[in-house]
Design a protein around this ligand. Structure first.
Ligand SMILES: Cc1cc2nc3c(=O)[nH]c(=O)nc-3n(C[C@H](O)[C@H](O)[C@H](O)COP(=O)(O)OP(=O)(O)OC[C@H]3O[C@@H](n4cnc5c(N)ncnc54)[C@H](O)[C@@H]3O)c2cc1C
Length: 451
């Protein structure tokens, strides 16, 4: 469809201004949409760890101010199954500051940022009316709704897959200003994540199984957590010369997948679509993954409703795939802690979500060229891609080279001709490019090793 034929662009409302809501709103602005984001500040102080990969994701999403004040990476120590690893680093970020920066980026991009709490959301034929709970009690009306309120997004009657019910109890201690650092450590009934922030605040987070942890009531909870922290060798540097502030905050950390994350005029992104176990330390990364794909899905639903089924299938498949990938990474990591094998915390988590391997070794005979939905020019379109037993969602391009013609050429190759020569003659590739691609095909087992 040419720009001249485009339908008038719908006003879109995004509920929640965290990384997912923010990235979706920025992507929609790039496509020319009129976007309002309704966001209230995070209700508690949180520090979280992000890796270089997450930082890259935030940059790709177009955040600028949000990344202006990030600290340098600090040392991260992990103690698991009795072994300690101090080789890693992570960047400790203050989530409220990140949200503030996201808000500035949204305003700079022309998003209508409304500070306030989302109240009732009413769906009326083809429009949504969102009540905003602030002093002026205004409301916003929009033709498309993006649900990005994270884990606190209402289930809205949608079916959800839940892993073992898990709670993380976050406690603050205060000590002298110090070098930022963090540590993770497993213990009999769960695992701990601890961070020291430069102003001396210590974030001490213990994660438990809700059904079996036998946690005391609220009045005794802090003492219970502190008794555990005092037994953990890796916690000692975080609590030495520091005092508990008496504040504890419970965060649900159950993995949750929304079975239906997209409809004709709404979509759920980030944790509202799928929330992973915080053990992976990848929550922001996965939140961005869905948010970066959402604008093309929304654009297709609004501009080319005849492709709605394709766009929804594309989105749901990716949400399901990513959720299961992170769930299996978590499962394998839980299984690597062998000291409390029969404890319910460890036993339930090392058996969920299934026993499928994280990766299948690619079988060259599994390669097929099929038509599948992909993102192309801000829309979801069907193109020929290559699927393998390990890549069921398909690979369209590799470094700009469409892979379906490559596989077709190799499948029709005459006997006695080398794969490289075949790519040169069938696809007109230069000898250097064909040689590089052939190496990749052997390394990734798309070609059978020659005997
Ligand atoms: C215990 C725990 C530890 C974690 N540690 C890490 C970690 O170390 N590294 C990592 O990468 N990830 C971590 N995560 C995951 C990470 O916090 C989330 O995956 C990520 O923030 C999801 O982004 P989001 O934008 O989907 O949702 P959120 O970041 O939750 O953003 C939702 C936004 O919506 C706003 N909001 C909510 N309700 C309303 C309302 N009614 N009205 C208006 N606004 C509203 C909130 O204030 C918030 O700003 C952790 C999660 C948990 C539970």
């Amino acid at each position: 469809m040419s720009m001249a034929q485009q339908k008038p662009l719908t006003h879109i409302v995004v509920l929640g201004g965290g990384p997912a809501g923010g990235a979706t709103a920025l992507g929609l602005r790039k496509l020319g949409y009129d976007v309002s984001v309704i966001a209230e500040p995070r209700p508690f102080k949180a520090v979280e760890g992000i890796s270089e990969r997450v930082l890259e994701g935030l940059r790709n999403a177009g955040f600028n101010q949000a990344l202006a004040k990030l600290p340098q990476p600090s040392p991260r120590l992990a103690s698991w199954n009795g072994a300690t690893n101090s080789a890693n680093t992570e960047m400790l970020i203050n989530r409220s500051e990140l949200d503030r920066g996201i808000g500035q980026d949204l305003q700079a991009a022309g998003v209508n940022l409304i500070q306030g709490r989302v109240g009732k959301v009413v769906a009326d034929s083809d429009r949504f009316t969102v009540e905003i709970k602030d002093e002026d009690a205004q409301s916003v009306s929009a033709g498309f709704l993006v649900e990005a309120r994270g884990r606190s997004a209402p289930a809205a009657g949608l079916a959800r897959l839940r892993g073992s019910e898990t709670v993380s109890l976050l406690q603050y201690w205060q000590g002298e200003p110090c070098q930022p650092q963090s540590a993770a450590e497993s213990f009999q009934d769960g695992w701990a994540w601890m961070a020291a922030w430069s102003d001396g605040t210590r974030y001490l987070q213990l994660t438990f199984d809700v059904a079996t942890a036998d946690l005391p009531d609220k009045a005794q909870l802090i003492d219970h957590c502190n008794a555990i922290l005092r037994t953990l060798p890796r916690a000692q540097p975080f609590i030495a010369n520091a005092e508990p502030t008496g504040i504890i905050h419970a965060r649900t950390s159950t993995p949750i997948l929304c079975r239906k994350a997209v409809g004709d005029n709404w979509i759920r992104v980030g944790d509202a679509a799928m929330a992973v176990d915080p053990l992976s330390g990848n929550g922001i990364f996965q939140a961005l993954s869905s948010a970066l794909q959402a604008p093309a899905v929304i654009n297709t639903l609004l501009q080319q409703p005849e492709r709605a089924t394709l766009a929804k299938q594309f989105y749901q498949q990716r949400v399901d795939h990513l959720f299961h990938r992170f769930a299996r990474i978590g499962r394998d990591f839980y299984a690597s802690e062998e000291r409390w094998w029969d404890n319910p915390f460890w036993a339930t988590r090392r058996n969920w979500p299934d026993n499928q391997p994280l990766h299948q070794e690619t079988d060259p005979d599994s390669l097929q060229v099929v038509s599948m939905p992909v993102v192309s020019n801000g829309l979801i379109e069907e193109h020929e891609v290559v699927i393998t037993n390990d890549q069921p969602l398909g690979i369209w391009h590799l470094n700009g080279i469409p892979m379906a013609p490559v596989v077709r050429a190799l499948q029709n190759k005459e006997q006695g001709i080398s794969p490289q020569r075949c790519l040169e003659t069938a696809l007109g590739m230069s000898p250097e490019s064909a040689a590089g691609l052939t190496r990749w095909l052997y390394q990734n087992r798309w070609l059978k090793a020659e005997r």
